[in-house]
Design a protein around this ligand. Structure first.
Ligand code: NAP
Length: 327
């Protein structure tokens, strides 16, 4: 087990974390990004990114993530492909950050950019058939549904964007939405309505995922919320895009959150713990764009840099890097 002392630990590696890393590393501050399970976070599983400025022909999530990672690394950011398991924000700076591998970090500042996870429907059969017809990632699993009948749940940007993507694979894509009006951006709505492979089922929710004897999804039990009518709809796969929940569990009791678990920050990206900042979907339930997350990551980094500069003479030197456990 190693304990590394650094000026900045960034928890999470989505656009917010990678942008924050670029700024703190470029400011000559030793920076470690603890990536989490997936380098790049949610955007890494997005096939088509058309609205990140600088790419007139669009780009892909993985390409964008790799470019951001390389740019931060060029200025000296280090990447730990690890999961944060525990933090100690209660005893002030330097903050202790523990990871799954056993490595731990003592950080003068922490920028929390750990994002959010796809929300589940919470209906019988859903968990049982994850990976066997139930998915939360079209980029990851779309390929397995070539020439199949696909169902998408949700009425927001994610549902429509991924439904359009899934038409590359599926024979048909049926979007089931609990209301008769979509939440998604109007341009996505136009594209989806114009796509001959996409159909919509309105005012309807899924009550159960039904599997075949082979243990794969076969049908969905549906209920029309207006008429109460119950039906069974055959399908080969269900992709769920009904929003996201913030990953704030590991900070419970240490960082203040709202009732939905979003970390509370002030206008300067500061959490309730001095020296700990948050950016991206861990605090933002409104904008949730790669570019807004990047902007927030930049802002959090600038405030962290200023905070460190103001305390330069009080900071401990970093020569004790990689001290053995127990030191
Ligand atoms: P969202 O905007 O919160 O939409 C979630 C959708 O799922 C809504 O239509 C909601 O229905 C439905 N829903 C929620 N809980 C449900 C449940 N238990 N059962 C059935 N349906 C349920 O989430 P999102 O589409 O993931 O988008 C999140 C944010 O990311 C948004 O701000 C969006 O603009 C952004 N985003 C942007 C892009 C892009 O720029 N291209 C792409 C993806 C996402 P109601 O409408 O009835 O509430």
């Amino acid at each position: 087990m190693n304990t590394q002392k650094v000026r900045v630990v960034i928890i999470g590696s989505g656009p917010a974390g990678l942008t924050a890393a670029l700024y703190t590393a470029r400011a000559q501050l030793s920076t470690v990004v603890i990536t989490g399970k997936q380098l790049g976070g949610q955007i890494a599983t997005t096939h088509e990114v058309e609205n990140f400025p600088g790419f007139p022909d669009g780009t892909t999530g993985p390409e964008l993530v790799e470019a951001m990672r390389a740019q931060a690394e060029k200025f000296g950011a280090q990447f730990a492909y690890d999961l944060v398991t525990e933090v100690d924000f209660e005893h002030g700076t330097p903050f202790l950050v523990k990871t799954d591998s056993g490595d731990q970090y003592l950080a003068d500042t922490v920028i929390v950019t750990i994002g959010a996870n796809p929300r589940e429907l919470g209906v019988p059969g859903e968990r049982k058939f994850v990976g066997r017809g139930v998915s939360y990632c079209a980029t990851c699993d779309g390929f397995f549904f070539r020439n199949k009948d696909i169902t998408v749940i949700g009425g927001g940007d994610s549902a429509l964007q991924e439904a359009i993507f899934l038409t590359k694979f599926g024979k048909t894509v049926n979007v089931i939405h609990r209301r008769d009006e979509l939440r998604a951006d109007i341009s996505l709505q136009k594209r989806a309505f114009a796509d001959p492979k996409i159909s919509f089922t309105w005012d309807t929710v899924v009550d159960e995922v039904i599997g075949s004897d082979k243990g794969i999804v076969q049908a969905l039990k549906l209920r029309n919320v207006k008429t109460g009518e119950v039906s069974e709809k055959p399908t080969d796969g269900m992709f769920v895009f009904i929003g996201y929940d913030p990953n704030s569990g590991i900070f419970k009791g240490q960082l203040a959150t709202d009732e939905n678990g979003y970390v509370l920050i002030d206008q300067l990206m500061r959490t309730n713990v001095e020296g700990v900042y948050a950016a991206g979907e861990i605090h933002d339930s409104i904008f949730r764009q790669a570019i807004t997350a990047s902007g927030q990551g930049c802002a959090a980094a600038l405030i962290a840099i200023k905070w460190l500069q103001d305390r330069e003479d009080q900071l401990q030197p970093l020569e004790t890097n990689a001290v053995a456990a127990g030191d």
